[in-house]
Design a protein around this ligand. Structure first.
Ligand code: AMP
Length: 288
């Protein structure tokens, strides 16, 4: 059974003893409701360090007022069972992390302004602020994030670089269900019917990638191909489908007014999708 700690002081005490023993510490932040995707990060962390610390915290700072903070699944008992073998599980509480008069944010001024950042104002401030705070408390050598949340992963990398943190950030590949749907804690919101349709996001990305592999570099054609597959289920409302540079996350821009002539550069790109299926917001991406 892993050790579960709540208070910052208890966690710091444990981390301190790891440091004294010269052990390398890897950190995996999560919001719980764990699935195979999370567990793959833990496995990756284990490959790089002597000790693995996993946090479970549904961070109120990163949810908008109309978002699903209250109904976000909280399954601490099951999560602890799934994390058997992890050195420390840290499940802090919001009152200690954000006492009255808490007033400082970490803000990214560029890479957070499009994609999910545009759709969820303040979301990435909340993410960066809590991750920075966690980094300061845990002081890990390594931190592992999933590429399922590709923009988040890039923002953390950028923050570590910009603020000169001495942490090696590792991005882990997306873990998918058998039918291709990217695993997510939010998938449990889906009705049986919606769950069957949800795989279309993966299928759309996959179809666009095939077209790309066959040589298409026409942005509009690639985006339209992906969109058609997704909206073949009328239940979907697409929020965005974009193609971005893998390194900078800048959008591959229309270089002429003639939209259909935009060519994808030969550098690696990532196609990103956000879509709503009923009340549930799903995101996914694929690197080309
Ligand atoms: P969350 O609990 O949703 O905040 O996610 C915690 C971490 O797990 C983040 O770094 C996510 O990117 C990662 N993650 C979530 N789902 C997956 C997945 N299907 N594959 C890989 N990593 C994931």
């Amino acid at each position: 059974m892993s050790k579960t700690l709540i208070s910052i002081a208890d966690l710091k005490r444990d981390i301190e003893s790891m440091r004294t023993a010269n052990e390398r510490v890897a950190f995996v932040p999560t919001m719980g409701a764990l699935h195979e995707g999370h567990l793959s990060l833990v496995k990756e962390a284990r490959n790089h360090a002597d000790r693995v610390v996993v946090s479970i915290f549904v961070n109120p700072l990163q949810f908008g007022p109309q978002e699903d903070f209250a109904k976000y699944p909280r399954t601490l008992k099951e999560d602890i069972a799934l994390l058997d073998g992890v050195d420390v599980i840290w499940a802090p509480n919001a009152a200690e992390l954000y006492p009255d008069h808490f007033q400082t944010n970490v803000t990214n001024r560029k890479m957070s302004s499009h994609l999910c950042g545009a759709a969820r104002p303040g979301h990435f401030d909340g993410v960066l602020t809590v991750v920075m705070k966690f980094f300061n408390i845990v002081q890990p050598d390594i931190a592992v994030f999933g590429k399922k949340d590709f923009q988040q992963f890039k923002l953390i990398e950028q923050m570590v670089k910009d603020l000169s943190l001495k942490i090696n950030v590792i991005g882990a590949p997306i873990v998918r269900e058998q039918d291709g749907l990217a695993m997510s804690s939010r998938n449990r919101y889906l009705s049986v019917d919606d769950r069957a349709d949800a795989t279309r996001i993966y299928q759309g990305l996959q179809k666009a990638k095939e077209l790309y592999k066959k040589g298409s570099r026409n942005k509009q054609e690639l985006v339209d191909t992906c969109r058609e597959v997704i909206v073949s289920s009328k239940k979907f409302a697409v929020e965005y489908i974009e193609i971005c540079d893998v390194n900078t996350l800048s959008i591959v821009e229309e270089k002429s007014t003639e939209k259909s002539t935009t060519q994808i550069p030969d550098e690696p790109v990532v196609m990103l999708v956000a879509a709503r299926l009923g009340q549930t917001r799903l995101i996914d991406n694929m690197e080309f």
